[in-house]
Design a protein around this ligand. Structure first.
Ligand SMILES: [Zn+2]
Length: 455
């Protein structure tokens, strides 16, 4: 039974899917106005690892993650660069997905775009206005948070204490400083949509309510994102869903920040390092390993030292894998170690304890080496196959040749092929294998994952 820390409860809880055997997750995606930074990489990896693990456990996972392609930040960049906001959004969306492919993050099953849902957002805002939960202010339509009894749940604070700590610039017309904008009147900006209240743009917090419910239904399993989204973004989503009487997300899961020199990683602190900077200089699997070695809720320190350590650890895993193969071990026919599978599941099921799972996998690596040293090949092969298989379940595919990098295009095709195989779409999987062949690489499927060789 999987347990996760639910921010709404403030504790680790049992996860019982809405529909047995299935799992529906909505993860807030990027606002496409700039390049992805390390924090984006972490949340994408954390939820990729969760998804892969659940799939590996046999659940039919539906993963939805949106693209916020309407936002003031997109408009600001477009105005500064004298371009259309559509062009800015499309450029950074393309860059986002190419970075995610490098990182080995599986594409979500659905990728809704905010701009495709503006009419549905208007419908929802209109219902909120009609039921008196939303009201018209000078510059837009606002949500009245006092209408929601437990507002502040995801911040783990009451409305009164939130009000006391409010730093939001006061607008006289607002009933409470915590009231948030649902629809912004566009003024003289040309980037706008027609609405019952005149031309304007949606605020940020409505899109995810509309898109998640449209795709996953009024009740789904998990809503996730980085910890910075828990309040106000997720709380404001929850407030709207509550006002609409949706059951909405059963659980709220958030990952910790990325720290660089002990400061929270964010653009506003001026320590903006793009994810591409990192991935261009490091095997992308090293960042996944670093993420796996810290608990998803803990802060993650990313600097040249922690990255170098992760790269060395990765090289050790690759080297052991290669050693088993060179010893003549046939990993594809090996039986896995039941006890190791059980240990892995035990760690992962308890709030996705990847540090414990990884520590055990490194011990397993030592056991593989020891078995090889002592000439016990059958045992080495079984343990080695188990190690590679479990790492593969977390999206970390071991390679022969000490971690020699595959071209990003091959990695991307390989990821898509693995997804196709997990969904039993063998026609697509065969077509992707041919595409990989055309790039000069062969793929052999083994129980420990695909084995790729340069031709
Ligand atoms: Zn969202």
């Amino acid at each position: 039974m999987l347990r996760l820390f639910d921010t709404a409860v403030g504790d680790i809880v049992e996860i019982v899917p809405v529909t047995s055997g299935r799992f529906s997750m909505y993860v807030c995606g990027p606002t496409v106005y700039d390049l992805a930074h390390l924090g984006h990489g972490r949340y994408a990896l954390v939820f990729d690892i969760l998804r892969r693990y659940l799939q590996w456990r046999g659940l039919d996972v539906r993963h939805v993650s949106n693209i916020t392609d309407v936002d003031d930040k997109i408009l600001e960049r477009a105005e500064t660069e004298n371009r259309s906001p559509w062009e800015v959004a499309s450029e950074f969306e393309g860059k986002w997905f190419s970075t995610m492919a490098k990182l080995g993050v599986l594409e979500p099953h659905s990728i809704p775009h905010a701009t495709d849902y503006v009419h549905k957002m208007i419908e929802l805002i209109d219902s909120l206005v009609r039921t008196g939960v939303a009201y018209q202010g000078e510059d837009g339509i606002y949500f009245d948070v006092s209408e929601i009894e437990d507002y502040g749940l995801l911040a783990r604070q009451s409305l009164d204490s939130l009000k006391a700590g409010a730093r939001i610039a006061e607008k006289d017309f607002k009933r409470s400083p915590m009231d948030f904008v649902l629809w912004k009147f566009s003024g003289d900006s040309s980037w706008s949509w027609d609405s019952p209240w005149g031309p304007g743009r949606p605020g940020w917090h409505t899109e995810c309510v509309v898109m998640s419910v449209d795709i996953l239904g009024e009740e789904f399993d998990l809503h996730g994102g980085g910890l910075d989204l828990s309040f106000p973004h997720h709380e404001n989503e929850r407030a709207q869903a509550e006002a609409m009487h949706y059951s909405f997300s059963r659980h709220w899961v958030h990952n910790g920040f990325v720290m660089v020199g002990s400061e929270k990683m964010s653009k506003s602190l001026g320590n903006f390092t793009t994810l591409d900077d990192l991935l261009d200089h490091t095997d992308p699997r090293a960042y996944r390993l670093l993420v796996l070695q810290s608990h998803y809720r803990s802060p993650l320190e990313v600097n040249s030292q922690t990255i170098a350590e992760a790269s060395r650890a990765l090289a050790r895993l690759d080297a052991t894998y290669q050693r088993v193969i060179e010893a003549g071990g046939d990993l594809s026919g090996a039986s896995f170690s039941d006890i190791e599978l059980r240990r892995f599941i035990e760690a992962m099921d308890y709030d996705l304890d990847t540090p414990t799972a990884m520590a055990r996998l490194f011990e397993l690596r030592s056991l593989v080496n020891q078995s090889l040293d002592e000439g016990r090949l059958v045992e080495a092969v079984s343990l080695g196959a188990t190690m590679a298989h479990l790492l593969g379940a977390l999206g970390l595919v071991l390679r022969e040749g000490g971690g020699e990098e595959l071209p990003a295009g091959v990695v991307e095709l390989l990821e898509r092929r693995e997804l196709a195989r997990s969904e039993r779409d063998f026609d697509l999987s065969d077509r992707l294998r041919n595409d990989i062949l055309e790039l000069g690489f062969s793929v052999e499927d083994t129980t420990s994952g695909p084995k790729v060789r340069k031709l």
